[in-house]
Ligand binder design. Structure first.
Ligand SMILES: *[C@@H]1O[C@H](CO)[C@@H](O)[C@H](O)[C@H]1NC(C)=O
Ligand SMILES: *[C@@H]1O[C@H](CO)[C@@H](O)[C@H](O)[C@H]1NC(C)=O
Ligand SMILES: *[C@@H]1O[C@H](CO)[C@@H](O)[C@H](O)[C@H]1NC(C)=O
Ligand SMILES: *[C@@H]1O[C@H](CO)[C@@H](O)[C@H](O)[C@H]1NC(C)=O
Ligand SMILES: *[C@@H]1O[C@H](CO)[C@@H](O)[C@H](O)[C@H]1NC(C)=O
Ligand SMILES: *[C@@H]1O[C@H](CO)[C@@H](O)[C@H](O)[C@H]1NC(C)=O
Ligand SMILES: *[C@@H]1O[C@H](CO)[C@@H](O)[C@H](O)[C@H]1NC(C)=O
Ligand SMILES: *[C@@H]1O[C@H](CO)[C@@H](O)[C@H](O)[C@H]1NC(C)=O
Ligand SMILES: *[C@@H]1O[C@H](CO)[C@@H](O)[C@H](O)[C@H]1NC(C)=O
Ligand SMILES: *[C@@H]1O[C@H](CO)[C@@H](O)[C@H](O)[C@H]1NC(C)=O
Ligand SMILES: *[C@@H]1O[C@H](CO)[C@@H](O)[C@H](O)[C@H]1NC(C)=O
Length: 368
């Protein structure tokens, strides 16, 4: 007996290591796709009625390795399709085939700016069965939905973009989204949402960092909106929402906030608009040490610049870079403290009734 058990085990280990290398090498070269996933993609292609740029030209049965097809990414090790990205302005149009459901490992689905839709132009609810989705982008796809509760079946969803889809009949949207605690990014601009004043018993969205609700007509008090307690928010866009009244004191607790946009929608960003100024801002912002952009043009009905500047962040390193307060009916005297906002690159105080500073500032200053 020259084969001791120990030697045998060593041999086995060597063999295992060798085959591991083979698999790893093959994986590195290119994962080849899994047969039923390839068939599912070909079935999905059947639903496409328009492909003017021949974006899906590579999606062909004879090109076996679907991981090499346009818009597809496979997992390096398992070969499963994990990413389907058709949102590159390629003008695809047609039906979103339920064959997508065979892509059980799909983590990323981007249909933005396509003309793809479900039955009768709706967002297909079967997307809620893609349980591994982390990233879902349906923005500007011209779809609509009357009930988005299927989203709650996506427990791993981090990034949800439904910009420009018509959700006008989805009254309970905050209650639905509050059941997806994994959400970090939520983009719902131009969704015809009718209000944001739903009351939530308990806030689940403690990971939310990015919230864009711009260009939805809410027309209720700012303070009654549902999101003010979410202290993880870094980016908040409420421009073009017609929210009015005082900003709530809870804003002063949103210590992660970096960017806040509020004001009437204006497509070219700089031209004065005619919307009435109906908000007020007297919140103490001194703890918002990360604040970089505060854009409140054309939105405040009144204000005293001396008091306003006094309530800006007071932190060892002040990050505030852009402060826009034009067309806000503000009065008062520019305080010396302005000189301590050492990172300020843009200050727009135009079209107010502010009576000058004791020390001349070198910032943009158009006070007419
Ligand atoms: C897959 O391989 C590519 C290229 O080697 C690499 O850039 C990528 O990070 C890998 N992805 C995963 C999930 O391992
Ligand atoms: C759409 O998808 C592209 C990537 O394909 C991305 O760069 C873009 O930010 C997405 N969103 C919008 C609204 O265009
Ligand atoms: C939305 O759909 C879910 C599940 O199908 C249903 O339970 C719920 O009542 C619907 N919501 C509304 C507002 O119709
Ligand atoms: C959204 O859908 C509603 C109800 O179907 C409709 O009345 C409204 O005009 C649509 N809005 C847009 C911007 O298409
Ligand atoms: C919070 O999220 C969990 C998990 O999705 C859900 O079961 C619960 O109903 C949510 N709470 C509220 C108040 O929506
Ligand atoms: C929410 O705001 C709408 C106006 O957009 C108003 O009609 C409704 O009464 C408000 N609801 C609550 C609960 O405050
Ligand atoms: C938000 O915070 C306020 C003050 O801390 C609290 O009274 C309120 O219940 C909170 N609302 C939610 C939905 O958590
Ligand atoms: C701000 O946070 C503090 C401490 O968590 C809390 O006591 C206070 O009620 C909060 N204020 C508002 C207006 O939410
Ligand atoms: C602005 O506020 C300062 C400080 O509270 C006050 O002294 C000043 O009178 C106010 N200016 C106007 C025009 O109300
Ligand atoms: C500006 O900062 C300096 C140095 O930190 C401090 O001494 C001074 O009081 C500050 N001025 C104002 C008006 O806050
Ligand atoms: C600007 O303020 C001054 C005094 O603070 C006042 O006399 C004047 O009428 C105001 N002008 C406008 C256009 O509001």
């Amino acid at each position: 007996m020259d084969r001791s058990p120990a030697k045998f085990v060593l041999l086995l280990m060597a063999a295992a290591t060798w085959s591991f290398f083979l698999v790893a090498e093959a994986g590195k070269l290119q994962p080849s796709c899994i047969g039923h996933e390839r068939n599912a993609l070909l079935a999905f292609k059947q639903g496409i009625s328009d492909d003017p740029k021949d974006y899906l030209g590579s999606w062909r049965q004879e090109r076996q390795d679907c991981c090499q097809w346009a818009g597809i990414t496979c997992d390096n090790v398992t070969g499963h399709v994990v990413k389907l990205d058709l949102g590159q302005r390629n003008y695809l149009a047609g039906q979103i085939s339920p064959s997508l459901l065979s892509l059980e490992h799909l983590e990323y689905l981007n249909l933005n700016s396509t003309g793809l839709c479900g039955p009768d132009g709706r967002i297909p609810e079967f997307l809620g069965s893609l349980r591994n989705l982390r990233h879902l982008d349906l923005s500007y796809s011209c779809m609509y939905s009357t009930n988005i509760s299927w989203l709650t079946r996506l427990p791993l969803l981090v990034h949800l973009d439904m910009s420009g889809t018509n959700l006008s009949l989805v009254a309970d949207w905050p209650l639905v989204l509050n059941k997806i605690p994994s959400l970090e990014l939520l983009r719902l601009p131009e969704c015809s949402l009718s209000s944001a004043n739903q009351s939530l018993a308990h806030l689940n969205l403690t990971n939310l960092q990015y919230l864009d609700l711009s260009n939805n007509y809410f027309g209720h008090p700012i303070a009654s909106s549902w999101f003010w307690n979410i202290t993880s928010i870094k980016y908040l866009d409420l421009s073009g929402t017609s929210l009015y009244g005082p900003f709530p004191n809870a804003l002063g607790n949103m210590t992660s906030l970096q960017e806040l946009y509020f004001g009437p929608y204006s497509s070219d960003g700089d031209s004065p608009t005619t919307t009435a100024n109906t908000a007020t801002m007297t919140v103490d912002l001194k703890n918002l040490c990360d604040l970089e952009d505060l854009l409140l043009d054309g939105s405040l009905s009144s204000g005293n610049i001396t008091e306003f500047i006094d309530k800006l962040p007071r932190c060892s390193s002040n990050r505030l870079q852009r402060l826009r307060l034009s067309r806000n009916n503000m009065v008062g005297i520019l305080p010396d403290r302005l000189g301590n906002l050492t990172n300020l690159a843009l200050l727009d105080l135009s079209y107010n009734n502010i009576t000058g500073a004791r020390h001349k500032q070198s910032f943009l200053f158009r006070n007419t």
